[in-house]
Design a protein around this ligand. Structure first.
Ligand SMILES: Cc1cc2nc3c(=O)[nH]c(=O)nc-3n(C[C@H](O)[C@H](O)[C@H](O)COP(=O)(O)OP(=O)(O)OC[C@H]3O[C@@H](n4cnc5c(N)ncnc54)[C@H](O)[C@@H]3O)c2cc1C
Length: 545
C-alpha cells in the first residue's frame, strides 16, 4: 500500500475459521474491510499445524461452519476426525466459495495498533510497513496461534534439524531412518508421536507432564451417517448451540460416588469406547468439581494405561498423577500408549532427569546424552493472550494493553477490554473459547460483533468501550465459576502455566455456552449494557468508512 493511509470501516486480523467468517459476515453489512494475515494463505491453525497426525478432536461434522446451510449440505467429510489437510481444504473451499481472499493481504503481521481519540479510529501498522486506519478492529488472531518454543539452552548449537509442531514445513518431513526426539506430550505430541514412531529409526519422547488421552476411534464416515446428519443438520446445529460445550452431549445425572464400583467401571468403559473428548468427562456430573469423584476417572484411565503398556515402569511414567482428570485439555489419540511398546521408542521423564541443554548432537538430560538427528518441539502455544499481546496495542489515554494485562487478561465477555474502544476480540480470554467446540464459539462471537457494529452505525455512534465496572464484574464472575471447579488445580495452558512468568489466571469462561450466550444476548438487548457508546464527533463520516 502506498500514498495516504487508507481508511476502512473494519480491519480484520487473522484468516482462520474466525477471520474468514468475519469477512463474510461484515461484508454483508456493506462495510469496507481490510484483512491482514501473517500466513501466506487462509486456514489459521490448519495452515500452520501440519505435523504428522494432526487432526481435529471435535468430530468433523460438528467442527465446521453452520452459517450456510448450502455449504453444510455440499461439503462431505471423509473421516470422523478430519486430518489437517482435509480441514485446510475445507477452509480453502469456504474462502473460494464466498470469495473471501479478496480483501486479505497475506504474509503480513500486524505489529502495532493505536487508538486515535480525535478521529475515533484505530491506526494500524504492519511488519511490511502498511499504515491503515479503521473504525473497528477485529482480532481474529486465534487462541492457539503463537507457537511456544521451549526455554532450553543450546538450541542454536544443534547440528540436526529442529521443528515446531505449530510451524511445520509445508513440504512435510521424512523421518525415515532418523533418530528423532519429541519434546512435549500435549495434544500435538500425542497426535504426532505414534506417526513419527512408525517412521523413525528411533524415537525418544521427552515428557514433563503425562496427559490423559483417550482413543479417538477414528474411522471413515459411512454414507448413511453422513446422509442422516445432513437430513437433521439444522436441528443438530440448534442443539449444539444450546449445549454446554457446543457439542451435543448427554448430560450426566449421577455422581461418580453415588454408584457401586461395578456400575462405575461399566460406565467408564462405555465412555472410553465413545472415542470422544467429552465421553469420559461427561460420564458423571461431578468429575470436574469433586476431587474424590475425579480420582475415580483418573484411576480408570491409569488402569487402562497399565493394561496397554507392557512395561509397568513406562506405564507408571505415562500415568498422570499431578492434575485432576479433564483439567488440562484432554486428548484423543490413535495408538498413543501402545506406541511405547515399540522397540524403537524410549520415554524420558524430564521431571526425574531434567533436560539440561540441547547439544550439537542431541539432548542432554541430568542423567544421559541422547543422540538425535532431528528434534520436534511439541511445546504448544502461548495460549489466548500471546497473539493479543504480540502487537503493541495502545488504547485511550496512551494506555498499553501489555500494562493493563500485566497481571492477567481483563475483558468484558471475552470480547472487549476497557479503554480499547472498538476493539473486538474473537474468542478472547473470559469467553468459553477453548473449552467448547470452537467453530460454534467463533460463529457466535462474530455474529455478536457484527450485530454490534451494525447497531452502532445505524445510530451514528463512533465508538463502543467496555466500562471498567462491567469488566471487573465479568472478571470476578469468570474467576468465581472457575473456582467452583477443579480446573485451577492444574498447571495447564488454560492457566498460563506453560509460559514462564505468565500470570496464573484461569483464562476461559467455564460457565457453559448457553449461560454465556444468554449474557451476551442480554447485554445487546439492553443497548449494550456495560459499554459506553460515544456519538461521532464529526457530523459526516469519511465516505469509505
Ligand atoms: C492442532 C490443533 C487442533 C485443534 N483441534 C480443534 C478441534 O478439534 N476443535 C476445536 O474446537 N478446536 C480445535 N483447535 C483450536 C483451533 O485453534 C480453533 O478451533 C480454530 O481453528 C481457531 O480459529 P481462529 O480463526 O480463531 O484462529 P486461528 O486458526 O489460530 O487463526 C488465527 C490467525 O491469525 C493470524 N495472526 C495472529 N496474529 C496476527 C497478527 N498480529 N497479524 C496478522 N495475522 C495474525 C495467525 O497467523 C493465524 O493464521 C485446535 C488447535 C490446534 C492447534
Amino acid at each position: 500500500m502506498t500514498g495516504a493511509p487508507p481508511g476502512f470501516a473494519v480491519l480484520v486480523v487473522g484468516a482462520g475459521f474466525a477471520g474468514l467468517y468475519a469477512h463474510h459476515r461484515l461484508r454483508a453489512l456493506g462495510l469496507t474491510i481490510q484483512g491482514f494475515e501473517a500466513a501466506a494463505d487462509v486456514g489459521g491453525t490448519w495452515w500452520w499445524n501440519r505435523y504428522p497426525g494432526a487432526r481435529c478432536d471435535v468430530e468433523s461434522m460438528d467442527y465446521c461452519y453452520s452459517f450456510s446451510p448450502e455449504l453444510e449440505q455440499d461439503w462431505t467429510w471423509s473421516e470422523r476426525y478430519a486430518t489437517q489437510p482435509e480441514i485446510l481444504r475445507y477452509l480453502n473451499h469456504v474462502a473460494d466459495r464466498f470469495d473471501l481472499r479478496r480483501d486479505i493481504q497475506f504474509d503480513t503481521r500486524v505489529t502495532a495498533a493505536t487508538w486515535d481519540e480525535a478521529a475515533q479510529r484505530w491506526r494500524v501498522v504492519t511488519d511490511r510497513g502498511d499504515r491503515v486506519s479503521a473504525q473497528f478492529l477485529v482480532m481474529a488472531t486465534g487462541c492457539l496461534s503463537q507457537a511456544k518454543d521451549p526455554e532450553i539452552d543450546g538450541i542454536e548449537t544443534f547440528d540436526g534439524e529442529i521443528f515446531h509442531t505449530g510451524r511445520w514445513p509445508h513440504e512435510g518431513v521424512d523421518f525415515t531412518g532418523r533418530r528423532v526426539g519429541v519434546i512435549g506430550t500435549g495434544s500435538s505430541g500425542i497426535q504426532s508421536i505414534p506417526v513419527i514412531a512408525r517412521q523413525a529409526a528411533h524415537l525418544t519422547v521427552f515428557q514433563r507432564t503425562p496427559n490423559f488421552t483417550m482413543p479417538a476411534k477414528n474411522a471413515p464416515l459411512d454414507q448413511q451417517a453422513i446422509a442422516d446428519r445432513k437430513a437433521r443438520a439444522r436441528e443438530i446445529r440448534e442443539a449444539m448451540r444450546a449445549s454446554r460445550a457446543g457439542i451435543v452431549v448427554p448430560m450426566p445425572e449421577h455422581s461418580a460416588l453415588g454408584v457401586d464400583d461395578e456400575s462405575r467401571e461399566a460406565l467408564y468403559a462405555r465412555a472410553w469406547d465413545t472415542g470422544t473428548l467429552y465421553g469420559m468427562v461427561a460420564a458423571f456430573n461431578d468429575l470436574l468439581i469433586n476431587r474424590d469423584a475425579n480420582d475415580t476417572a483418573a484411576e480408570y484411565v491409569r488402569a487402562r494405561i497399565r493394561s496397554i503398556v507392557d512395561d509397568p515402569e513406562v506405564a507408571e511414567r505415562l500415568s498422570p498423577r499431578n492434575h485432576p482428570f479433564g483439567t488440562k485439555r484432554p486428548c484423543l489419540d490413535t495408538d498413543y500408549y501402545a506406541t511405547y511398546n515399540r522397540e524403537n521408542v524410549t520415554l524420558v521423564d524430564v521431571r526425574e532427569t531434567p533436560i539440561v541443554a540441547v547439544t550439537p548432537t542431541g539432548v542432554r538430560t541430568s542423567a544421559d546424552d541422547f543422540e538425535l538427528d532431528a528434534i520436534v518441539f511439541a511445546t504448544g502455544f502461548d495460549a489466548m493472550t500471546g497473539p493479543l499481546l504480540g502487537p503493541d496495542f495502545t488504547g485511550a489515554h496512551g494506555r498499553k494493553l501489555r500494562d493493563r494485562w500485566a497481571a492477567g487478561p481483563r475483558t468484558y465477555l471475552g470480547i472487549a477490554t476497557a479503554g480499547f474502544p472498538n476493539l473486538f476480540i474473537v474468542t478472547g480470554p473470559g469467553s468459553p473459547s477453548v473449552l467448547v467446540n470452537m467453530a460454534v464459539a467463533i460463529e457466535h462471537h462474530v455474529d455478536w460483533m457484527a450485530d454490534c457494529i451494525a447497531y452502532l452505525r445505524q445510530r451514528g455512534l463512533a465508538s463502543i468501550d467496555a466500562t471498567t465496572e462491567a469488566e471487573d464484574a465479568w472478571v470476578d464472575h469468570v474467576n468465581e465459576v472457575a473456582n467452583v471447579t477443579l480446573f485451577p488445580h492444574a498447571n495447564s495452558w488454560y492457566m498460563g502455566a506453560n509460559v514462564p512468568g505468565k500470570p496464573r489466571v484461569f483464562m476461559p469462561y467455564i460457565g457453559g455456552f448457553p449461560r454465556y450466550d444468554d449474557v451476551c444476548r442480554g447485554v445487546a438487548a439492553d443497548d449494550y449494557r456495560g459499554f459506553t457508546l460515544t456519538p461521532a464527533t464529526s457530523p459526516e463520516p469519511a465516505p469509505s468508512t
